[in-house]
Write a protein of this length. Structure first.
Length: 267
């Protein structure tokens, strides 16, 4: 505990706590919509698209963070457009995007062997390497995404219900689906910097499913999911410092412990 308090004196650790808390709060809240819609595969698709964006940025010498955001937003727009046309089964469509993006990223990375080590921070996360710019970006996303979620939570909740019921309750469902997709893409792009491409799906899967086992209402499950996401992030950071563990993986393992505890408690 003393070591953790000592680390609070370092700006890089305070930045990690702040940005990690923002990611844990918003993504864990949004995980409620994703799980209700049964679109967890969407997280894999967007994270793989993000990896493709990173590889493309290296190839073209573009800013990595900006290219990552643009790639995720463009991917979300394309997925949303094809979903509305109903040409494919939803799981199949998302898996196609995920695998094609991953394949493109691997092919591009193969031409730059010297960058493979640098790419590890995006595969496994680098929360302790967060810059001041990342803090400002996180704050902006917290204000924008958080405000939209607060004001339109009821709409997002309704469009996450069954197709028949959501069409009856919400006008312009395609538009609101696209809005939710864009918000999720923004947060996933930022989360890739925290826990990496390979582990980002945990933020959009584990907290919500854990909260469902413990909460007595839908509203309670959203609130509990967000709290668990933030708590897991802080606890994971603390444990990674104390025991010198990979930060992203430790955060996800803490979420796993919460989930296992909830399963045992419900039994």
């Amino acid at each position: 505990m003393t070591m953790f308090i000592e680390y609070l004196q370092y700006p890089f650790f305070v930045r990690a706590l702040f940005v990690g808390g923002v990611i844990g709060l918003i993504l864990s809240w949004m995980s409620g919509y994703v799980v209700m819609r049964r679109e967890v595969v969407l997280t894999h698709a967007l994270s793989h698209i993000g990896l493709f964006g990173i590889a493309l940025a290296i190839l073209l010498s573009y800013p990595i963070t900006l290219t990552l955001l643009v790639a995720c937003l463009a991917g979300a727009y394309l997925i949303s457009g094809l979903q509305s046309k109903r040409l494919f089964n939803n799981d199949s469509l998302l898996e196609i995007f995920a695998q094609l993006s991953l394949a493109l990223a691997i092919v591009i990375i193969a031409f730059f062997p010297g960058y493979r080590i640098n790419l590890e921070q995006f595969l496994f996360g680098d929360i302790l390497g967060i810059s001041r710019m990342d803090v400002w970006v996180s704050l902006a996303l917290l204000l924008v995404v958080g405000s939209v979620i607060i004001f339109f939570h009821r709409i997002f909740l309704r469009i996450s219900l069954s197709d028949l019921l959501s069409h009856a309750l919400v006008k312009r469902k395609k538009f609101w689906n696209a809005v939710l997709m864009i918000l999720l893409a923004l947060m996933i792009a930022l989360a890739i910097r925290i826990v990496g491409v390979l582990l980002v799906a945990a933020f959009v899967t584990i907290p919500s499913n854990t909260a469902k086992l413990l909460a007595k209402s839908i509203r309670g499950s959203f609130i509990l999911s967000a709290c668990l996401g933030v708590l897991a992030t802080f606890a994971g950071l603390w444990l990674s410092v104390i025991f010198d563990l990979p930060t992203g993986a430790t955060i996800v393992l803490v979420m796993g412990v919460f989930w296992l505890g909830a399963v045992i408690f419900r039994r």
